[in-house]
Design a protein around this ligand. Structure first.
Ligand SMILES: C[S@@+](CC[C@H](N)C(=O)[O-])C[C@H]1O[C@@H](n2cnc3c(N)ncnc32)[C@H](O)[C@@H]1O
Length: 246
Protein backbone atom coordinates (compact mmCIF):
# COMPACT_ATOMS: atom_id res chain seq x y z
CA UNK A 1 0.00 0.00 0.00
CA UNK A 2 1.38 3.43 -0.95
CA UNK A 3 2.06 5.95 1.82
CA UNK A 4 0.86 9.35 0.49
CA UNK A 5 3.16 11.32 2.85
CA UNK A 6 6.23 9.43 1.63
CA UNK A 7 5.19 9.87 -2.00
CA UNK A 8 4.58 13.67 -1.95
CA UNK A 9 8.29 14.68 -1.97
CA UNK A 10 9.51 14.88 -5.58
CA UNK A 11 11.85 11.98 -6.23
CA UNK A 12 10.77 10.20 -3.06
CA UNK A 13 11.28 6.47 -3.18
CA UNK A 14 8.16 5.86 -1.07
CA UNK A 15 5.94 4.86 -4.02
CA UNK A 16 4.47 1.40 -4.08
CA UNK A 17 7.07 -1.20 -5.12
CA UNK A 18 9.86 1.35 -5.62
CA UNK A 19 11.84 1.03 -2.40
CA UNK A 20 11.45 -2.76 -2.65
CA UNK A 21 12.98 -2.73 -6.16
CA UNK A 22 15.96 -0.64 -5.03
CA UNK A 23 16.54 -2.55 -1.80
CA UNK A 24 16.58 -5.82 -3.76
CA UNK A 25 19.77 -4.46 -5.37
CA UNK A 26 21.56 -3.41 -2.16
CA UNK A 27 24.31 -5.81 -1.08
CA UNK A 28 25.41 -6.59 2.47
CA UNK A 29 27.87 -3.87 3.48
CA UNK A 30 29.53 -2.34 6.52
CA UNK A 31 28.64 1.28 5.81
CA UNK A 32 25.66 2.33 3.70
CA UNK A 33 25.76 5.93 2.48
CA UNK A 34 22.69 7.72 1.13
CA UNK A 35 24.31 10.79 -0.41
CA UNK A 36 21.37 12.98 -1.45
CA UNK A 37 18.96 11.67 1.09
CA UNK A 38 15.75 13.75 0.74
CA UNK A 39 13.28 11.77 2.84
CA UNK A 40 15.86 8.95 3.07
CA UNK A 41 13.21 6.32 2.40
CA UNK A 42 15.81 3.69 1.50
CA UNK A 43 17.87 4.20 4.68
CA UNK A 44 14.73 4.34 6.82
CA UNK A 45 13.44 1.07 5.35
CA UNK A 46 16.82 -0.67 5.72
CA UNK A 47 16.99 0.45 9.34
CA UNK A 48 13.44 -0.62 10.18
CA UNK A 49 13.77 -4.08 8.67
CA UNK A 50 17.02 -4.81 10.53
CA UNK A 51 19.18 -5.10 7.40
CA UNK A 52 22.67 -6.55 7.77
CA UNK A 53 24.49 -3.17 7.78
CA UNK A 54 26.70 -1.83 10.57
CA UNK A 55 26.28 1.89 9.93
CA UNK A 56 24.04 4.12 7.85
CA UNK A 57 25.21 7.62 6.85
CA UNK A 58 22.67 10.06 5.35
CA UNK A 59 23.55 13.46 3.91
CA UNK A 60 21.13 16.20 2.91
CA UNK A 61 21.98 19.79 1.97
CA UNK A 62 18.55 21.40 2.46
CA UNK A 63 18.25 22.32 6.19
CA UNK A 64 14.46 21.88 6.28
CA UNK A 65 14.60 18.45 4.62
CA UNK A 66 17.60 17.53 6.81
CA UNK A 67 15.73 18.47 10.00
CA UNK A 68 12.84 16.12 9.14
CA UNK A 69 15.09 13.20 8.21
CA UNK A 70 17.39 13.56 11.23
CA UNK A 71 14.32 13.45 13.52
CA UNK A 72 13.00 10.21 12.08
CA UNK A 73 16.41 8.52 11.80
CA UNK A 74 17.51 8.91 15.42
CA UNK A 75 19.25 5.59 16.04
CA UNK A 76 22.75 4.54 17.28
CA UNK A 77 23.42 2.96 13.86
CA UNK A 78 22.68 6.15 11.92
CA UNK A 79 24.79 9.25 11.31
CA UNK A 80 23.09 12.20 9.58
CA UNK A 81 25.05 15.06 8.02
CA UNK A 82 23.71 18.46 7.05
CA UNK A 83 25.69 19.68 4.06
CA UNK A 84 26.90 19.16 0.53
CA UNK A 85 27.87 15.52 0.13
CA UNK A 86 30.18 16.13 -2.84
CA UNK A 87 32.12 18.84 -1.00
CA UNK A 88 32.36 16.72 2.14
CA UNK A 89 33.84 13.73 0.34
CA UNK A 90 36.18 15.92 -1.68
CA UNK A 91 37.38 17.66 1.50
CA UNK A 92 38.34 14.30 3.02
CA UNK A 93 40.20 13.11 -0.03
CA UNK A 94 41.82 16.51 -0.65
CA UNK A 95 43.80 15.89 2.53
CA UNK A 96 46.19 14.30 0.06
CA UNK A 97 45.46 10.78 1.14
CA UNK A 98 44.46 7.99 -1.18
CA UNK A 99 40.67 7.67 -1.41
CA UNK A 100 41.11 3.95 -0.69
CA UNK A 101 41.95 4.86 2.90
CA UNK A 102 38.51 6.34 3.36
CA UNK A 103 36.32 4.24 1.09
CA UNK A 104 36.44 0.51 0.65
CA UNK A 105 34.86 -2.48 -1.05
CA UNK A 106 32.76 -3.02 2.05
CA UNK A 107 31.08 0.39 1.58
CA UNK A 108 27.92 0.83 -0.43
CA UNK A 109 26.69 4.19 -1.77
CA UNK A 110 23.17 4.88 -2.96
CA UNK A 111 22.76 8.14 -4.88
CA UNK A 112 19.43 9.62 -5.95
CA UNK A 113 20.64 13.01 -7.20
CA UNK A 114 18.43 15.87 -8.44
CA UNK A 115 17.48 14.83 -11.99
CA UNK A 116 19.03 16.57 -15.01
CA UNK A 117 16.65 19.32 -16.17
CA UNK A 118 16.57 17.85 -19.72
CA UNK A 119 15.27 14.55 -18.36
CA UNK A 120 12.32 16.16 -16.49
CA UNK A 121 9.13 16.10 -18.53
CA UNK A 122 7.86 19.43 -17.07
CA UNK A 123 11.34 21.11 -17.06
CA UNK A 124 10.47 22.53 -13.61
CA UNK A 125 12.83 23.09 -10.66
CA UNK A 126 12.10 20.61 -7.86
CA UNK A 127 14.68 21.41 -5.22
CA UNK A 128 14.85 25.24 -5.21
CA UNK A 129 18.32 26.52 -4.27
CA UNK A 130 19.53 22.94 -4.10
CA UNK A 131 18.74 21.96 -7.67
CA UNK A 132 21.66 21.08 -10.00
CA UNK A 133 23.00 22.46 -13.27
CA UNK A 134 25.12 20.34 -15.62
CA UNK A 135 28.34 21.37 -13.82
CA UNK A 136 26.99 19.88 -10.59
CA UNK A 137 26.29 16.61 -12.45
CA UNK A 138 29.89 16.68 -13.75
CA UNK A 139 31.24 17.08 -10.18
CA UNK A 140 29.03 14.19 -9.14
CA UNK A 141 30.43 12.00 -11.96
CA UNK A 142 33.99 12.77 -10.76
CA UNK A 143 33.08 11.77 -7.23
CA UNK A 144 31.51 8.52 -8.45
CA UNK A 145 34.65 7.75 -10.46
CA UNK A 146 36.79 8.20 -7.36
CA UNK A 147 34.54 5.90 -5.29
CA UNK A 148 34.40 3.38 -8.13
CA UNK A 149 38.22 3.35 -8.25
CA UNK A 150 38.26 2.70 -4.51
CA UNK A 151 36.22 -0.47 -5.18
CA UNK A 152 33.09 0.71 -3.37
CA UNK A 153 29.71 -0.59 -4.46
CA UNK A 154 27.56 2.15 -5.96
CA UNK A 155 23.90 2.43 -7.00
CA UNK A 156 22.46 5.46 -8.77
CA UNK A 157 18.85 6.20 -9.69
CA UNK A 158 17.89 8.82 -12.26
CA UNK A 159 15.30 9.45 -14.94
CA UNK A 160 16.34 7.84 -18.25
CA UNK A 161 18.87 10.26 -19.69
CA UNK A 162 21.49 9.93 -22.48
CA UNK A 163 24.21 11.67 -20.45
CA UNK A 164 23.74 9.23 -17.55
CA UNK A 165 23.52 6.28 -19.97
CA UNK A 166 26.81 7.34 -21.55
CA UNK A 167 28.53 8.01 -18.21
CA UNK A 168 27.54 4.62 -16.79
CA UNK A 169 27.55 2.57 -19.99
CA UNK A 170 29.78 -0.12 -18.47
CA UNK A 171 27.47 -0.55 -15.47
CA UNK A 172 24.41 -2.74 -14.97
CA UNK A 173 21.09 -1.00 -15.39
CA UNK A 174 17.39 -1.69 -15.06
CA UNK A 175 14.27 0.48 -15.29
CA UNK A 176 11.60 0.70 -12.64
CA UNK A 177 8.31 2.53 -12.28
CA UNK A 178 7.69 5.13 -9.64
CA UNK A 179 4.84 7.36 -8.41
CA UNK A 180 1.54 6.33 -9.93
CA UNK A 181 3.65 3.83 -11.90
CA UNK A 182 3.61 6.14 -14.96
CA UNK A 183 7.10 7.63 -14.43
CA UNK A 184 10.07 5.49 -15.34
CA UNK A 185 13.40 5.72 -13.50
CA UNK A 186 16.62 3.90 -14.20
CA UNK A 187 18.85 2.20 -11.63
CA UNK A 188 22.57 1.80 -12.41
CA UNK A 189 24.95 -0.31 -10.30
CA UNK A 190 28.64 -1.10 -10.62
CA UNK A 191 28.92 -4.64 -9.21
CA UNK A 192 27.76 -8.19 -9.89
CA UNK A 193 24.59 -8.49 -7.83
CA UNK A 194 24.55 -12.29 -8.02
CA UNK A 195 28.02 -12.48 -6.49
CA UNK A 196 26.81 -10.84 -3.25
CA UNK A 197 24.33 -11.52 -0.49
CA UNK A 198 21.65 -8.87 -0.06
CA UNK A 199 21.55 -6.47 2.89
CA UNK A 200 18.03 -7.84 3.48
CA UNK A 201 15.84 -10.47 1.83
CA UNK A 202 12.71 -8.96 3.40
CA UNK A 203 11.45 -7.57 0.05
CA UNK A 204 12.65 -10.34 -2.27
CA UNK A 205 10.35 -10.76 -5.30
CA UNK A 206 9.23 -8.79 -8.35
CA UNK A 207 5.87 -7.69 -6.94
CA UNK A 208 3.46 -8.38 -4.09
CA UNK A 209 2.39 -11.79 -5.44
CA UNK A 210 5.98 -12.88 -6.08
CA UNK A 211 7.00 -11.73 -2.59
CA UNK A 212 4.15 -13.78 -1.09
CA UNK A 213 5.29 -16.82 -3.10
CA UNK A 214 8.86 -16.52 -1.79
CA UNK A 215 7.70 -15.92 1.82
CA UNK A 216 5.52 -19.07 1.69
CA UNK A 217 8.39 -21.10 0.19
CA UNK A 218 10.73 -19.97 2.99
CA UNK A 219 8.08 -20.80 5.61
CA UNK A 220 7.44 -24.27 4.10
CA UNK A 221 11.14 -25.20 3.93
CA UNK A 222 11.84 -23.81 7.41
CA UNK A 223 8.91 -25.81 8.84
CA UNK A 224 10.24 -28.96 7.15
CA UNK A 225 13.71 -28.51 8.64
CA UNK A 226 12.22 -27.61 12.04
CA UNK A 227 10.27 -30.87 12.09
CA UNK A 228 13.43 -33.01 11.84
CA UNK A 229 15.09 -34.67 14.85
CA UNK A 230 17.42 -32.15 16.49
CA UNK A 231 20.76 -33.59 15.33
CA UNK A 232 19.59 -34.15 11.74
CA UNK A 233 18.44 -30.54 11.72
CA UNK A 234 21.86 -29.50 13.01
CA UNK A 235 23.63 -31.49 10.27
CA UNK A 236 21.55 -29.78 7.56
CA UNK A 237 22.06 -26.29 8.98
CA UNK A 238 25.82 -26.89 9.31
CA UNK A 239 26.02 -28.15 5.74
CA UNK A 240 24.08 -25.14 4.42
CA UNK A 241 26.31 -22.73 6.35
CA UNK A 242 29.41 -24.46 4.94
CA UNK A 243 28.05 -24.34 1.39
CA UNK A 244 26.74 -20.80 1.37
CA UNK A 245 28.69 -17.88 2.72
CA UNK A 246 25.74 -15.72 3.84
C1 LIG B 1 15.95 13.19 -5.81
S1 LIG B 1 15.96 13.86 -4.22
C2 LIG B 1 16.21 12.44 -3.22
C3 LIG B 1 14.92 11.78 -2.80
C4 LIG B 1 15.13 10.60 -1.85
N1 LIG B 1 15.62 9.45 -2.55
C5 LIG B 1 13.87 10.23 -1.08
O1 LIG B 1 13.55 9.02 -0.94
O2 LIG B 1 13.19 11.11 -0.58
C6 LIG B 1 17.50 14.71 -4.14
C7 LIG B 1 17.82 15.35 -2.79
O3 LIG B 1 19.20 15.73 -2.82
C8 LIG B 1 19.38 16.92 -2.07
N2 LIG B 1 20.68 17.48 -2.49
C9 LIG B 1 20.95 18.22 -3.61
N3 LIG B 1 22.27 18.47 -3.70
C10 LIG B 1 22.87 17.89 -2.62
C11 LIG B 1 24.22 17.78 -2.15
N4 LIG B 1 25.23 18.33 -2.85
N5 LIG B 1 24.47 17.12 -1.01
C12 LIG B 1 23.46 16.54 -0.30
N6 LIG B 1 22.16 16.60 -0.69
C13 LIG B 1 21.85 17.24 -1.83
C14 LIG B 1 18.15 17.74 -2.42
O4 LIG B 1 17.89 18.74 -1.45
C15 LIG B 1 17.05 16.64 -2.46
O5 LIG B 1 16.45 16.50 -1.19
Amino acid sequence: MQDPKKESFTGSKGGSGVKEFIINHIPQCEIFYEGFAGKAIISETLLNCGANIKRIVCTEVNPKTYFDLSKKLKHPKVITWLGDFIKMINRETELGLNSKIFYKETDCFYFDPPYRMDSRSHKREYYGDFDWDDNAHKSFFKLVEMLNNAGSKILISHYPDPIYDEQFKEWNKEDFRTRTRTVTERLYWNFDLNAHSLATTEFLGNDFTDRQRIKRKVERMTAKINSLPRHERQAIVESLLKTYEC
